[in-house]
Design a binder for this molecule. Structure first.
Ligand code: HEM
Length: 526
């Protein structure tokens, strides 16, 4: 299980991303350094009295061999976010790369990201997700929210958005979340008791992974799958293994040519991983259908997410099977890693932790369970999560393909089908938006009067960890609630101290930013 924390979603997405960042078609190599080409980063260009829009061909960028050298010889393959910092220093906030006919425009400043996001079409396209689609096509499965595009995506989101998108809808799951948190606290107590010092958790990310998986299964399927039990039930263990299998093999199937699929074991393992993930989902969906048949929902009764979608005819079982596994995958690494980073920083800054503890117990005294409405009175707690996501945007690199029309950005014009790559990690550590950007300062998110050094207003696109617009994260409100509820309970109960052997932890970009080693914490009972 511990090793699981280092694979999953990020590998597949890494594959998708890297597939688009390499080879340049002949004659389309970068030509000029950006500083002379872009009038100003904030300037969309070509307005009245402004300089004429320039062609993207004027933009600079790394050549294919150089990119390959950086990734595989210099070892940036797990540090793509750092490579982008390097490229920004060299080429400025906008540079290009290519794969065959696909033009990639990398954007590394908040105003440039804003310009593209604000020109988004009705049906935004993130990327093509070919590898994921290949599995669905092979088995006649429906596409889910990550894999589907166009009008079909829009219709699917119309259905899936219900009962999850709004904060008040997410709040309906508070009781379920608190139930899992109760069990998680029992598990932590046991883990601490089993440690040599009697208070240590040696791999926090691993514990939080189990917690997040239990949470998301309970919310989606109203089913406890036993991630926090000992031993974990075989079905759930097999599911966890399958996620690992699928993601680990994604990296190989992305880079190896198609003709190797029948010769080498990776493609078969990749498909096997997906098949088991879908079998797990199918079993839960079938159980839910039987429950609905046996006991239809009565009026006024609050049901779980899947129950609601199926019993209201918003999704057919076939559509549910296409979507739910994708939601499951999206809901685990994201929250578990964010919580890990938040606890790591709180353990390193005891002053902030002390202030946070004061805020938390002032609203929810020790022994009491927080409710959704409590967080309106906990600005520092919310700021801790915001600051964590600024430093470690779970998706450090995201993208949009302009499928409908040409797009004007930073004084340049880009043809239809250009892929824009948002370098969120670089953007959210930009010193011009966030002074002293490498340091953990939740206070920078507090409004005037809430902190001594009141922060100036940040650029609205400086940190957008949940994305933007109609294609933004569906699970944002659930994720925030889950993280707020758990952090409150932990801070109420424990003083969090870094385990001596952990020392400095660095981030590794396996698409999701994960710690480069186990994060050990001592949880001292208050
Ligand atoms: C800390 C927690 C999380 C973060 C930071 C996060 C971040 C993101 C980001 C950046 C995107 C891409 C948005 C875009 O392209 O504009 C996304 C998409 C998505 N997220 Fe999350 N996410 C989190 C938790 C969750 C959870 C708990 C769920 C499930 C309930 C979830 C479900 C999804 C889905 C289904 C999409 C695809 C939406 C679409 O393409 O229409 N996420 N998330």
């Amino acid at each position: 299980m511990a090793a699981l924390g280092c694979s999953r979603l990020r590998w597949a997405l890494l594959g998708q991303r890297m597939a688009g960042c390499g080879l340049c078609p002949p004659g389309a190599r970068a030509k000029a350094a950006l500083p002379t080409a872009v009038p100003t980063a904030d300037d969309p260009g070509a307005g009245p009295g402004q300089p004429r829009l320039q062609s993207w061909e004027q933009l600079a960028g790394p050549g294919p061999l150089q990119f390959f050298f950086h990734l595989f010889v210099r070892g940036y393959v797990l540090h793509l976010h750092k490579l982008q910092t390097l490229y920004k220093a060299k080429y400025g906030p906008m540079w290009i790369s290519h794969l065959g006919p696909q033009l990639h425009v990398n954007l590394a400043s908040a105003p440039l990201v804003e310009q593209v996001m604000r020109q988004e079409s009705k049906y935004p396209v993130r990327n093509d997700m070919d590898l994921w689609k290949a599995h669905r096509d092979l088995h006649g499965l429906a596409y889910g929210p990550f894999t589907i595009n166009g009008h079909g995506w829009y219709q699917l989101r119309q259905a899936l958005n219900q009962r999850i998108l709004k904060p008040t809808e997410a709040a309906l799951y508070t009781e379920a979340l608190n139930e899992v948190i109760d069990d998680f606290l029992v598990r932590l107590k046991q883990v601490r008791a089993d440690s040599a010092s009697g208070d240590q958790v040696s791999d926090v990310a691993h514990q939080l992974y189990d917690f997040a998986l239990e949470v998301i299964c309970y919310i989606l399927f109203e089913k406890r799958v036993g991630c926090l039990r000992h031993p974990i039930p075989p079905d759930t263990k097999a599911f966890i293994h399958s996620v690992q299998l699928m993601f680990q093999n994604s990296i190989y199937v992305t880079f190896l040519p198609k003709w190797t699929q029948s010769l080498l074991p990776f493609w078969g393992r990749y498909l096997e991983g997906w098949n088991n993930i879908f079998s797990f989902g199918k079993k839960l969906i079938d159980q839910k259908l039987q429950e609905i048949e046996a006991q239809p929902q009565t009026e006024g009764q609050t049901s779980g997410y899947l129950h609601f979608l199926l019993s209201n005819g918003l999704l057919s079982p076939h559509e549910a099977l296409g979507s739910l596994p994708e939601l499951l995958l999206a809901g685990v690494d994201t929250t578990s890693n964010t919580l890990t980073w938040a606890l790591y920083h709180l353990s390193k800054d005891q002053e902030i932790q002390k202030t946070l503890h004061k805020e938390v117990v002032g609203v929810v005294p020790a022994g009491q369970v927080p409710r959704y409405t409590d967080f309106a009175h906990m600005p520092l707690l919310r700021a801790v999560i915001k600051e964590t996501l600024r430093l470690y945007p779970v998706v450090p690199v995201n993208s949009r393909i302009a499928v409908e029309k040409e797009v004007k950005v930073g004084g340049f014009v880009f043809p239809k089908n250009t892929q824009f790559v948002f370098c969120h990690y670089v953007v959210s550590r930009d010193p011009s938006t966030y002074p002293d950007p490498e340091s953990f300062q939740p206070q920078r998110w507090l409004r005037k009067g809430q902190a001594k050094d009141s922060a100036k207003t940040h650029h609205p696109f400086g940190s957008v960890p949940f994305g933007y617009g109609v294609r933004a994260c569906m699970g944002r409100r659930i994720a925030e609630l889950e993280m707020h509820l758990l952090l409150t309970r932990l801070i109420q109960k424990y003083q969090v101290v870094l385990a001596p052997e952990t020392r400095e932890v660095k981030d590794v970009a396996r698409i999701v930013l994960v710690p480069n080693k186990k994060v050990g914490l001592r949880l001292l009972q208050r």
